[in-house]
Design a protein around this ligand. Sequence first.
Ligand SMILES: Nc1nc2c(ncn2[C@@H]2O[C@H](COP(=O)(O)OP(=O)(O)OP(=O)(O)O)[C@@H](O)[C@H]2O)c(=O)[nH]1
Ligand SMILES: [Mg+2]
Length: 479
Amino acid sequence: MPPPGSTIFALSSGRPPAAIAVVRLSGPRAGDALTALAGRLPEPRRAALARLRDPLNGEPLDEALALWFPSPRSETGEDMAELQLHGGRAVVAAVLAALGRLDGLCPAEAGEFTRRAFENGRLDLTAVEGLADLIGAETEAQRRQAYRQMKGLLGDRAETWRKLVIKALALVEAGIDFSEEADVPENLLQPALDIAHILRSEIATVLAQAGRGERLRDGFVVAIAGPPNAGKSTLLNRIARREAAIVSPYAGTTRDVIEVHLDLGGYPVTVLDTAGVRETDDPVEQEGVRRAQQRAAEADLVLWVVGADEPMAPPAGLSARGPMADAEPPSSVLGKSLADKGKMTGPLAETVAVWLVRNKVDLHGSKDSPNNEHMFDYESWFDLSARDGAGVAALLQALEVHVNSYFGSESGLLTRERHRFLLKEAELALDRALAESPEHDDIIAEELRLASRALGRLTGKVDVEDILDVIFRDFCIGK
Ligand SMILES: Nc1nc2c(ncn2[C@@H]2O[C@H](COP(=O)(O)OP(=O)(O)OP(=O)(O)O)[C@@H](O)[C@H]2O)c(=O)[nH]1
Ligand SMILES: [Mg+2]
């Protein structure tokens, strides 16, 4: 990492060649560097045409647009300059080389512009994360969520909460100080506890919706699972519209989990193809089955694919969902991990859903009426031909509706585990403060201090040094 106070530069636009390339500089020597190349400093925040020359020999490098953003009104808060060059490889290389030869300039590391913006108080940590997500956003819903976060949807809330905790803390501390004196003012503890109480319930509400925001960032996960040779990989390829997975007439073809990323109605969806589940002596296939079970158990939705002529045995353990709860689930299927998931309680359990897909209707027809007893074990069922494509559109449409209602119109405030963890910490500290007996006002004060610390770490106001590297590493160079 270049020393603080140095002047950094980097190509901030995509890989050349391109029509235009943007090179940015930030730091105390940005103005000198711009003058050295362009001959003069443009008016602040106005684009100016500039002939760039190599300061070494006066050789023209390019004709560019130059911009000058003096501190503090710049993205990083430092002096910044920006050059919009012709985006050829040699042009970019020559300009970067010329900058590198100037005194006190060094190439930026990944995320360093944003890191300086954070360190100079231009962005809080949640906004930085929102910015990273905005750059990474692949679907419309992800873009909206990232934009809101960058604009402080979570950061502003957390900061308001933190100020309130500090206010409550001040009241408690004042109470402790005054209690030594003769004329103790009226009870200071109660208003502090009132604040803590309101805060605790607000934080709990936000925590209750936690999973959605994280899922929107990472994608809704659909696992294709089922017995070998049912056509799972054929279905994945059909959904992906490319040959993502190997298809063969031999049972036990797929071993690793294969992932395909989709944009369904603006929402990110990850579809997994998994190994066919069966008893086997082959250690490699056993490992494939283990992975299949694990990933299906962690998924938001399982598509249980069977050949249309095969028994429609549901995955063990999930039968408890349907009216056939007393029926003994056949043992052939997905096994323990999915069964365990069926028994889980809490927010994850609500997201368990299994749809039956009866494949190969081109061979067998869909003559079986769905009143087969096992149909009750599934939330939904589809007859289709993965090979010919018949019925696949209906499945995808149902999937889109499902994903849409899963995310709802308003997504959660929390997009990362880090957020959830710190809010939980704050909530627990407030819980303990509220449960403490009023005589222990020193303990109450300490719990409030812990809550304010957790909220401060969320926005990056207090001791976050250890996580900064992790967050900024996500960025590309030049951002
Ligand atoms: N007639 C017909 N054949 C299909 C259909 N879907 C898949 N198949 C065939 O069934 C065989 C198995 O297909 P795969 O997609 O490899 O099956 P899989 O479930 O991924 O199998 P494993 O990876 O071994 O678990 C291949 O020969 C496919 O061509 C279909 O809709 N109709
Ligand atoms: Mg397969």
